[in-house]
Design a protein around this ligand. Structure first.
Ligand SMILES: [Zn+2]
Length: 331
């Protein structure tokens, strides 16, 4: 893996390569952009290029340094990520202690702080101290999809490189290389992933998500005899990881969005192309206001779940709001 093999981030990569080639490398970078679009991959390629023994600005992929980087076994590369939901001060202290040792081989230490938005206050302060008097051989790469949550004192010391969502076409290419999905499913998953490879891979690694999608769709059809399934579904979902619940809620949102779009004849813009005929039949069962309220309810449920409100209760209520909108009275 080197800069050439990363798909869809040409602009960000060009900026980083220009820094290397012109010898203008900064002490700290902030890689900002949606989750799952290749930020960490580019950060590792950056570390490779900086340490390549053949001085190849792309990373030669052959020298001992490039090979060790590939296996995450190079002493100059450290990747830090949240342990139990946060990056703690001990993790930064350990790094700091290491930086006291003479550089082992190669040229630059690269510390990648993945999900930097999860730094605790103490960890962020400790990192800031390092950034104020950085060792000359150190490059920090902070990765986040929510930069606004980082202290401005940290952001102001970083060169920000913005990453964008991948085009559906790029997600399709990557899925073709990586997975054994049929062509039909690849195009569906590429659309549902909305430009995020990590999201797309969730679909390919677990058929369960696609099965749940069918359950969601049957409920959306407003088959009242299925209503009791809402409780089983909520129980089942509440046992899942928060990120997976969000994926399922997004699938639900995409269906509601598609129905809304079909109501204004926007057939060309829907995500769930495989369900087009059913969705066209469904669009008159939903009024605009029901759709708006349902979408709002799902968006709100994501916020509640993030805030640790009982997931099962939130899911049950959300589904009931969608299935029985006539029971809702608004002031
Ligand atoms: Zn190399």
């Amino acid at each position: 893996m080197n800069f050439n093999t990363v798909k869809g981030q040409n602009l960000s990569i060009e900026r980083i390569q220009a820094d290397i080639e012109q010898g203008r490398i900064c002490g700290a970078y902030l890689f900002s952009g949606p989750p799952g679009v290749g930020k960490k991959m580019v950060a590792i390629c950056f570390a490779k290029a900086l340490n390549c023994k053949k001085n190849n600005f792309r990373g030669c992929e052959e020298c001992s340094s490039c090979l060790k980087m590939e296996k995450d076994a190079h002493p100059n590369l450290r990747i830090i990520f949240p342990e139990k939901e946060s990056i703690k001060i001990e993790q930064i202290r350990n790094l700091k202690a290491e930086s006291g040792y003479k550089i082992y081989e190669g040229k630059r230490r690269v510390w990648i702080i993945d999900e930097a938005d999860k730094l605790t206050q103490e960890a962020a302060n400790s990192l800031l101290k390092i950034m104020e008097e950085p060792p000359s051989d150190l490059i920090l790469v902070l990765i986040t999809h929510i930069p606004r949550t980082l202290p401005s004192t940290i952001i102001s010391r970083c060169r920000t490189i913005q990453f964008s969502r991948l085009a559906d076409r790029e997600v399709t290419e990557i899925l073709r290389e990586k997975s054994v999905l049929s062509n039909n499913l690849i195009s569906l998953v590429s659309q549902l992933a909305r430009g995020s490879i990590s999201e797309a891979l969730k679909f390919t690694q677990s058929e369960e998500i696609l099965r749940e999608r069918e359950v969601i769709f049957n409920l959306i059809k407003k088959n009242k005899s299925l209503s009791s399934q809402v409780f089983k579904l909520s129980e089942r979902w509440s046992g899942k990881q928060r990120a997976d619940i969000e994926t399922l809620l997004n699938i639900l949102l995409f269906f509601l969005r598609d129905i809304l779009i079909l109501k204004v004849d926007g057939q060309a813009f829907i995500f769930n192309r495989d369900k087009l005929t059913d969705l066209l039949n469904l669009k008159d069962n939903y009024s605009f206001s029901t759709l708006y309220r349902s979408i709002e309810a799902v968006e709100q449920s994501k916020v509640f779940i993030k805030a640790n409100v009982s997931t099962q209760l939130v899911l049950e209520t959300t589904w009931m709001k969608i299935l029985y909108p006539e029971q809702l009275t608004y002031p």
